[in-house]
Design a protein around this ligand. Structure first.
Ligand SMILES: [Zn+2]
Length: 428
């Protein structure tokens, strides 16, 4: 250790960063991890004792709609159908104002921060109905929450591009205002031809602004409708434009219906294009396979095939408490636990894969992996979990004892949950 790090801003004692290694201390200075060691004898401005608790890199939500969250009280669902969700959400969107959006989004951001989320990529709608309200509001929140969470903003044309004339210009304005990523919703067009034109337009825009791409893609139960089978086209376009590693796709559920022989070359192509797949199980499970009257499908992206094929997979909440996704508390661990059940990822190594999808894989999906993780030089964005083993994270769903953002403690919880017996244990 260099003499300049004899005094650090924050020292975390007795941290479990690896289940197979002894406990370690984590030294943090100027927002970054400077060293991992035991028995360090320097001084620290602030010190906490993890007391053997598991410490993991902060959680990441790579795909969430803050502008549409928390609408469950404004217009409670009655039928609980997709048709009703589209109708009520459209109505709420048309009369939403800035204050209402700020209030709802702040509730979700606060929940996420408390749950240990340190970065989030949000997709506000950009279209002739909402115009730039979503992007402007998210830009305001990006600044307001900058000490707690890194917010990336995707300019998201939910209503289509060709179908909603004027939207492409609005996307351009959104990027000029400071949105970080070019979004797309290519299945929401009138024909396959328009789906491809939508994808081409988003790529051209992204190249012009030199920003990453994040598309909602192939969100259906099967590939019968060609608008919902665009993954191959997107992967080829990614390679053709040199955008490998810079494209993320959300949902991608229709691939789950493909027979293995048809799926295998597509998975290989996705891996070659370094495309990140972000599965959104809360929404996909709730909305998928609605027309299946017997043996309903799981309506998820083919997780096992993608992981085995070397595709980077992450997951996210997508929506929180609206007609499309009635549940949610912006907790990455909760979504991970749901996904582990639904995708049948239950062995210890599969549980570790699920935890990675909510942390390191998600960091790759939103392009922040270079600064992320528990290692010297990386940003000190960490969560101390109230459990002794990292392997137990998805089993215990533990309280987040401390959340640390850029080396600063942002959340402290002391869930000293004691059981009070009516008799002393000696009496038994
Ligand atoms: Zn979405």
């Amino acid at each position: 250790m260099t003499p300049s790090t004899r005094h650090v801003d924050l020292l975390i004692r007795h941290a479990r960063v690896d289940d197979d290694a002894p406990l370690t201390d984590i030294m943090i200075n100027a927002g970054r991890i400077v060293a991992l060691a035991t028995g360090w004898d320097g001084t620290a401005r602030e010190e906490i004792d993890a007391a053997g608790r598991a410490v993991v890199p902060g959680f990441i939500e790579p795909h969430i709609h803050l502008d549409k969250a928390m609408w469950h009280r404004a217009r409670p669902s009655v039928a609980g159908t997709l048709e009703e969700a589209i109708r009520t959400t459209g109505e709420l969107k048309s009369r939403c104002d800035r204050e209402d959006m700020l209030t709802r989004a702040r509730r979700v951001l606060d929940m996420a921060v408390r749950n240990g989320t340190i970065a989030m990529r949000t997709h506000p709608d950009v279209d002739p109905i909402q115009q730039l309200l979503g992007v402007e509001t998210m830009l305001e929140l990006r600044d307001e929450y900058r000490d707690l969470i890194d917010l990336q903003i995707v300019a998201f044309p939910q209503e289509g591009l060709i179908k909603a004339p004027g939207t492409l210009q609005l996307l351009e304005e959104a990027l000029n205002l400071g949105a970080d990523v070019a979004g797309g919703c290519p299945y929401n067009e009138a024909s396959r031809e328009d789906t491809e034109a939508h994808i081409d337009a988003v790529f051209a825009l992204a190249q012009r602004f030199s920003v990453d791409i994040d598309l909602h893609a192939d969100f259906a139960d099967d590939t019968a409708d060609a608008r919902f089978f665009a993954t191959e086209y997107i992967a080829r376009k990614t390679i053709e434009t040199g955008y490998q590693g810079r494209v993320s796709l959300g949902h991608v559920t229709s691939l789950g219906s493909l027979p293995p022989a048809q799926l295998a070359p597509l998975v290989e192509l996705l891996a070659d294009a370094h495309i990140h797949i972000v599965t959104l199980p809360a929404t996909d499970l709730y909305l998928g396979a609605r027309r299946d009257t017997e043996n309903p499908r799981r309506a998820l992206t083919p997780l096992r095939a993608l992981v085995d094929g070397g595709v980077n997979v992450a997951y996210s909440s997508n929506n929180v408490r609206n007609a499309f996704t009635p549940f949610g508390n912006a907790d990455v661990l909760t979504i991970g636990n749901l996904l582990a059940h639904a995708a049948q990822f239950g062995t210890p190594s599969q549980q570790a894969q699920i935890l990675a999808m909510g942390t390191v894989n998600a960091a790759r999906a939103i392009g922040i992996e270079g600064n992320y993780g528990i290692a010297p030089g990386r940003l000190a964005d960490l969560v101390v979990l109230d459990t002794p083993w990292i392997a137990d994270a998805l089993l215990d769903m533990p309280p987040r004892t401390w959340v640390i953002k850029r080396g600063r403690i942002t959340v402290t919880t002391h869930h000293c949950c004691e059981i009070h017996r009516a008799h002393s244990t000696e009496e038994v």
